[in-house]
Design a protein around this ligand. Structure first.
Ligand SMILES: *[C@@H]1O[C@H](CO)[C@@H](O)[C@H](O)[C@H]1NC(C)=O
Length: 448
């Protein structure tokens, strides 16, 4: 394709990053400004609103209600394997005829370089955690904490070395004092004391081993924890392990950062569990697991008993829904549940099954977001729609608090798109804004 302009927010390369690292303590505050000045000076056409017209013709079939959920300062933090974390400001003009959305870079940091893979926001404490997967060294990763500033900039507080391959992190503990990190490449789960986010200290590191490779030996030659996610009660951390075909379960105990291992949840051999999401329906709790190698979504009803958590399988289907095939080469990635727990959305990569036409100057090939309604009684999934997510390789995506917007990180296209969502019907609508980012985009999250 190569259709859209690619306004790299700021140039970044490994060598530049090494030099920059030494200067970071000094230049931290000025970097975003310098980066922006540079950017705007050389790409002035990109420093205004540039998002709407290009996605002309993508209006949803059903008109969407006005978005009232947009906070005055809605920022998106974007991680890229290019070495950067970029802050984009999402805004909406008052011109109501054609909603004029803007998505503009306002800050930039290389404080999580070399290969930022995941972002976790502790909104209560205004701290952003970023994992560097370590792909530039191949031997160890790192974990950084940043103070989130009101102008969108990020001021790094700490950076610690970790086991190789961190790809996901979750805040846990009664007052958000612990951070659990899943290491894909390093076959590990590590935990960190982040009571003071400027002095991150190690609590535990668990290294996992397998006696023999799994059914998919090229991907399951070793355990590969792919995520660390807290359950809705805050009492358990769940760690889907793509290599070992299980979800590792850990109990969080009051006043303790050390996690206690529980019986894992075993899943279909060779399926490769990647990510999961909970639907907390009040009287019932469901858990949905997406598998990357099997391209399935598996649902469980969750029950709690004293200090234990149990799972009863209530659903399994391919990622496109019951009775629907997954295109050859498809690779499921992210799964999220809407804030009202009524809808589930997952993404698949390498399908290139959809086309966005009328995108000036040419069409865009896109992978899908697949949208389901959750049956509140049975936990079954009813396919609602499949939509083009705005490009190729939707590795991760997230929703704003109101559930009115979805932001998608497109790894293969170096792009972030924002699309509208109807909170009542759960339907995803047209793309309202996009931004091109230097490098492979790995994660995008809201800070409202
Ligand atoms: C993408 O899909 C094609 C088949 O359509 C497959 O040959 C290829 O291995 C897939 N690539 C990845 C990275 O999974």
């Amino acid at each position: 394709m190569g259709s859209l302009p690619r306004p790299a927010v700021a140039p970044s390369s490994p060598s530049k990053h090494n030099a920059a690292r030494a200067l970071i303590p000094v230049l931290l505050l000025s970097l975003p400004i310098v980066a922006l000045l540079f950017h705007c000076a050389y790409h002035s056409y990109e420093c205004g609103h540039h998002s709407v017209d290009r996605f002309h013709g993508l209006e949803p079939a059903v008109p969407f209600p006005p978005i009232d959920g947009l906070a005055a300062h809605t920022f998106l933090y974007v991680a890229s394997y290019g070495g950067s974390v970029t802050t984009l400001k999402l805004s909406r003009g008052t011109n109501t005829a054609a909603a004029s959305w803007g998505l503009e870079p306002v800050a930039y940091t290389e404080g999580c370089a070399g290969s930022p893979s995941w972002l976790t926001l502790d909104a209560t404490n205004s701290v952003l955690y970023c994992t560097d997967e370590g792909l530039t060294t191949g031997s160890e990763g790192s974990l950084s904490s940043f103070s989130t500033i009101e102008d969108g900039s990020l001021v790094r507080l700490a950076n610690v070395r970790t086991v190789f391959g961190p790809v996901s992190a979750a805040v846990y503990g009664k007052h958000g004092k612990g951070l659990a990190v899943a290491h894909y490449g390093g076959s590990a789960l590590s935990t960190w004391d982040v009571e003071d986010p400027s002095t991150i200290t190690a609590v535990q590191t668990r290294l996992f081993k397998m006696a023999q490779p799994g059914p998919n030996p090229s991907r399951q030659e070793a355990p590969h924890p792919h995520a660390a996610i807290m359950d809705p009660t805050g009492q358990f951390i769940l760690v889907p392990d793509l290599g070992a075909d299980l979800v590792r379960i850990y109990a969080v105990r009051d006043g303790e950062l050390r996690l206690t291992e529980r019986e894992p949840l075993f899943v279909a051999p060779g399926s490769g569990p990647r990510h999961l999401a909970f639907a907390d329906k009040g009287d019932k709790t469901f858990l949905y697991l997406v598998t990357e190698l099997g391209n399935t979504v598996v649902g469980y009803e969750v029950s709690y008993d004293a200090e234990s958590i149990a799972f009863e399988q209530v659903w399994t289907s391919g990622i496109h829904g019951k009775g629907k095939d997954v295109p050859a080469g498809g690779a499921a990635s992210e799964i999220i549940v809407s804030p009202d727990s009524n809808f589930l959305i997952l993404s698949s990569r390498n399908e290139s099954s959809l086309e966005l036409s009328n995108v000036d100057p040419s069409d865009i090939t896109s992978d899908p977001l697949i949208n389901f309604a959750i049956d509140p009684k049975t936990g079954h999934l009813n396919l609602l729609q499949e939509v083009a997510c705005g490009g190729r390789g939707p590795r991760q995506f997230s929703m704003n608090k109101a559930g009115t917007l979805v932001a998608v990180a497109l790894q293969d296209d170096g792009r972030v798109v924002v699309m509208e969502r109807n909170v009542e019907t759960g339907e995803l609508g047209g793309l309202v804004a996009h931004a091109e980012i230097d490098g492979e985009v790995t994660a995008v999250i809201f800070n409202e």
